[in-house]
Write a protein that binds this ligand. Structure first.
Ligand SMILES: Cc1cc2nc3c(=O)[nH]c(=O)nc-3n(C[C@H](O)[C@H](O)[C@H](O)COP(=O)(O)OP(=O)(O)OC[C@H]3O[C@@H](n4cnc5c(N)ncnc54)[C@H](O)[C@@H]3O)c2cc1C
Length: 342
């Protein structure tokens, strides 16, 4: 058990509400680790609308989704939270009163005194294209995300989709792969115009292929892909030789493993009381979009408030012997010292 990571608080989900909670916990001397299934922090703000302006963050008239994420990261810097990205918490086990052991899908084990579920709408999961038998190739030849570019060196890669992910990976993997074919339903792309121009230039130079149509079947054996059958926009059926397929059809949000952690659920949300946003399991809190209570509004500012109240109660579990004295950041030299401003 030497590899177990011990922390005061484990926060599941590095969306805006989880990030701000690390600030409130940090002010009260609680150490945090984060686990997030995405390969970046910021949750919906960074994943779904990084460039869109948000107008209802208190005191900030306008900030983009990514801008808010960057500002939150700057704000929590003094507390040095540790991020474990690209991992999903799969199991939660009660080991004390309270204390929890959480295991991720890559086998990392955490032990914490307090668990904060800030999992938003659940985990973002890739939309699977409607191709019969595709499951048999997933994880071996069909991938919904690029975790390590080297995996695709010298591969014959078929990238499917017309959005930013499809175009970005077409351009990024092009120098590494043996051959890239980009397949999209129509000759009209939702991706950034500059990326589309770069892709068209590569096609014009004969350095990659662009095909219009849809995958209808896959061929191969034992998880190893050898080709994809494609129905073109002209209704002609042809075969594209490939050993790797990367479909980028967007993401959906699924509650995922949260449903198996032994906490009460109500319509796929976690009911909490409203003095500390604690669940039915003492020591497990739920903040942000994942929770529900009378009057709940799914706004970032509500999640910030929830994080502040949660931290007060968490302090009692982490430091049962210590009395918590309420302090303002404006006037408390001890808080300012923690923030590195005094
Ligand atoms: C287009 C759009 C515009 C919006 N505009 C506004 C606005 O103007 N103002 C506003 O206040 N709100 C807005 N919202 C809503 C706002 O984005 C959400 O309220 C906010 O993101 C919720 O934050 P969160 O931290 O609770 O969850 P999320 O941002 O959803 O983050 C949750 C994180 O948890 C991770 N996760 C989930 N399950 C697991 C697991 N098992 N293991 C590991 N990680 C996990 C996810 O990958 C995700 O990163 C908007 C939303 C959208 C989609």
């Amino acid at each position: 058990m030497s590899d177990v990571i011990k922390t005061d608080v484990l926060i599941i989900g590095a969306g805006p509400c989880g990030l701000f909670a690390a600030f409130e916990l940090g002010l009260l001397d609680m150490k945090t680790h984060f686990v997030d299934i995405l390969d970046k922090v910021g949750g919906q703000c960074a994943e779904l609308y990084p460039e869109k302006p948000i107008y209802d963050i208190p005191g900030i008239p306008q900030v983009s989704g990514q801008g808010l994420t960057d500002a939150l990261m700057e704000q929590i810097k003094p507390f040095h939270p540790t991020f474990h990205l690209g991992e999903m918490v799969e199991t939660v086990e009660k080991i004390g009163d309270p204390a929890f052991r959480c295991t991720t899908d890559v086998g990392k084990v955490f032990e914490c005194k307090v668990l904060v579920i800030a999992a938003g709408g659940g985990s973002f999961q890739p939309k699977r294209p409607p191709v019969p038998g595709i499951e048999a190739y997933e994880g071996t030849s069909v991938h919904y995300a690029v975790r390590k570019m080297e995996t695709f060196r010298d591969k014959n890669v078929l990238i499917v989709g017309g959005g930013d992910s499809a175009l970005d990976w077409t351009l990024n993997l092009h120098p590494l792969a043996r051959r890239i074919t980009l397949l999209h339903r129509r000759d009209d792309f939702r991706a950034a115009p500059h990326s589309v121009e770069q892709m068209r230039a590569l096609v014009a130079d004969g350095k990659m292929d662009l095909r219009l149509g849809q995958v209808t079947a896959l061929s191969g054996a034992e998880g190893k892909l050898t080709g994809a059958t494609v129905k073109g926009n002209d209704n002609n059926v042809s075969e594209i030789a490939c050993d790797t397929m990367l479909p980028f059809f967007g993401l959906t949000m699924k509650l995922g493993p949260v449903a198996n952690w032994g906490i009460a659920l109500e319509n796929n949300l976690v009911p909490v009381e409203t003095s500390a946003f604690e669940t039915n399991v003492p020591g497990i809190f739920a903040i942000g979009d994942i929770n529900t209570y009378p009057g709940k509004i799914k706004l970032i500012l509500c999640g910030f408030h929830e994080g502040a109240l949660m931290s007060q109660k968490a302090h009692r579990y982490v430091y049962p012997e210590k009395r918590l004295v309420f302090q303002y950041t404006t006037s408390s030299s001890s808080l300012q010292k923690k923030l590195g401003v005094n």
